[in-house]
Write a protein that binds this ligand. Structure first.
Ligand code: HEM
Length: 280
């Protein structure tokens, strides 16, 4: 065991006193930090609350990944599981496999966090894992969830009631689709009443799909180059194709500067199963 000399003891006492004084001066900030850190992430809560940040990152594996010994590639699943465990009180992490369905990505990750900096920290550390180091980012989308703007109880009571009356039924969805959307200046300069009318026209044909398609909307204006990230989960890709076809025919579509490009379709799998599939 290392023996503490009188000089070292003196230095450590002085350092301890300075640290104690600094801690006192920063006490309120530290207390605030502890409160924020104490927020635990509960899937059902964070996925339904407004004011939650969503970060969707698409990855393409580098050819070097295939040269990493297979035990190391397999080990990456445990490495990522440990990272998710380490950050479980700060972020909710979901993985999706796109290899075989998309050209520009092999998998994507969707993170939810109350504090965007926590999502950034997770992604930064993910980039240092074996799989993260062997992948390039092909796209990143950042958005935040908000309460309804248009189809509210006050502004559109009937449609609001219809939206609330139906919910997803059936088996857990196997597929997820991410479609970034940007609207034109002509849209944003419409009056609120005109936009409300268009959003009611948007909602009417979508109602029939509430039972077999789950949806989630993130607002990105000012946080990214798109205005919205739309995210869907379904088992019925034919119904999804029909839904998009009907939304393509309504006037709102005249205001789309970007609708997809890329549209990302992936399988909903555990992080471990995504990494396993990319190791085979
Ligand atoms: C089950 C299917 C769908 C339902 C029930 C649905 C319903 C709605 C509702 C009620 C709103 C208004 C939100 C508000 O009041 O703020 C909305 C907004 C929006 N939806 Fe859908 N939608 C569906 C599918 C889609 C699809 C397939 C797309 C396109 C990829 C899409 C893109 C959007 C966008 C971008 C907004 C925000 C528009 C804006 O605020 O300007 N939706 N949707």
């Amino acid at each position: 065991m290392r023996r503490l000399s009188i000089r070292n003891l003196h230095v450590s006492l002085v350092a301890g006193t300075i640290a104690a004084i600094m801690a006192m001066q920063t006490a309120p900030v530290v207390a605030q930090q502890v409160t924020m850190d104490a927020v635990t992430i509960e899937r059902s809560m964070i996925l339904t609350q407004p004011g939650v940040f969503g970060v969707v990152t698409m990855f393409k594996l580098k050819p070097e990944w295939d040269k990493v010994p297979s035990y190391e590639r397999m080990g990456s699943a445990a490495e990522v599981a440990n990272l998710i465990e380490k950050h479980k009180d700060a972020v909710l992490v979901d993985f999706y496999l796109t290899r075989g369905l998309k050209t520009n990505s092999d998998f994507f990750v969707r993170i939810h966090a109350y504090d965007l900096a926590k999502a950034q920290t997770f992604m930064r550390e993910f980039r240092s894992t074996t799989i993260g180091k062997n992948a390039v980012v092909s796209d990143t989308l950042v958005g935040v969830t908000k309460p309804l703007n248009y189809i509210t109880k006050e502004k559109s009571p009937n449609l609001n009631a219809s939206i609330n009356a139906a919910s997803y039924i059936g088996d857990a969805p196997r597929f997820a689709i991410v479609i970034p959307v940007k609207k034109s200046a002509a849209w944003w300069t419409l009056s609120f009443e005109q936009r409300l009318k268009e959003m009611e026209a948007h909602t009417v044909p979508t109602l029939a799909y509430l039972t077999n398609i789950k949806r989630k909307l993130y607002h990105s204006t000012g946080l990214d180059d798109v205005d919205f990230i739309t995210y869907f989960e379904t088992n019925d890709l034919l119904a999804f194709n029909k839904l998009l076809t009907s939304l393509a025919t309504i006037p709102e579509n005249n205001y789309h500067v970007r609708w997809g490009n890329p549209t990302t379709l992936g399988s909903i799998l555990s992080p471990e199963d995504v990494i396993k599939a990319l190791t085979e």
